[in-house]
Design a protein around this ligand. Structure first.
Ligand code: DU
Ligand code: SF4
Length: 237
């Protein structure tokens, strides 16, 4: 565990989310009654030097809040990791527990909010409070990141805000989220730009992998595969 992750998993800054993540972990769902839930903030998962980072929304109550690993143990993760496996980013198509042998290649998954929120809806204040963890993670993952895939509008907004703060030239007005949206960012420049000369970074929009989108056919496996393949193409460019 990195120093950032060690700090993150102790965080109790959002009273409402701390109460919820722990209540869910105590009560559990019938199918998982014999399991010990994680019930804490969830770190990013994947290869540290990855060129592609996927930014979701927040841990699911009985998914990552149970298993302690992003997108692991829920339907969203089933859909996402199957696509990563088809497109060569993952060594196996399933993600059921933190010790299931899943390894990611050149990709990392994380979220702008690290604790499971009631109804999957963090408040604006909770999103602001958690933002520094994504910022630090992107810094640590480093200038190696070439492509950031935002799963849904909240991830999109969080990413563009964070990247603007980190010296990337985000257009004004902000590009709006859409499936298939693609925004290529250069460094903003200026004398203090520590990252001056870094290669461009592209943000890709993709509908979130939640059941609301995947069960209704709004997001199909082929659509997600296309986004991931585009991410690899941009990372290789
Ligand atoms: O502690 P670490 O070896 O840097 O790995 C952090 C985290 O990333 C761990 O949960 C395994 C995962 N990971 C991966 O999924 N794919 C890799 O190639 C390397 C690490
Ligand atoms: Fe801390 Fe983020 Fe969890 Fe709030 S959501 S308690 S800031 S880790």
């Amino acid at each position: 565990m990195t120093a950032l992750d060690a700090h993150l998993v102790e965080c109790r800054a959002c009273p409402r989310l701390v109460a919820w993540r722990e209540e869910v972990a105590r009560e559990r769902r019938a199918a998982f009654r014999d399991e010990r839930y994680w019930g804490r903030p969830v770190p990013g998962f994947g290869e540290p030097g990855a060129r592609v980072v996927v930014v979701g929304l927040a841990p699911a109550a009985h998914g990552a809040n149970r298993t302690g690993r992003m997108f692991t143990g829920d339907r969203s993760g089933d859909f996402l990791f199957a696509a990563m496996h088809r497109t060569g980013f993952a060594n196996q198509p399933t993600s059921v527990s933190a010790d299931d042998g899943l390894a990611l290649h050149d990709i990392r998954v994380t979220a702008p909010v690290r604790c499971a929120p009631p109804a999957n809806k963090p408040t604006p204040e909770e999103r602001r409070r958690c933002a520094p963890y994504l910022a630090r993670e992107l810094e640590l993952v480093g200038s190696g990141v070439r492509v950031a895939v935002a799963l849904g509008a909240i991830g999109w907004q969080a990413l563009l805000t964070t990247l603007a703060e980190q010296g990337w030239a985000v257009p004004r007005p902000r590009p709006t989220f859409a499936h298939g949206a693609e925004v290529t960012l250069a460094r903003a420049g200026g004398p203090d730009d520590v990252g001056a000369g870094a290669p461009a970074l592209t943000v890709l929009g993709c509908f979130h992998v939640s059941q609301q989108n995947t069960f209704t056919g709004r997001l199909t496996p082929a659509m997600l595969d296309a986004v991931l393949l585009r991410a690899r193409e941009l990372a290789n460019a």
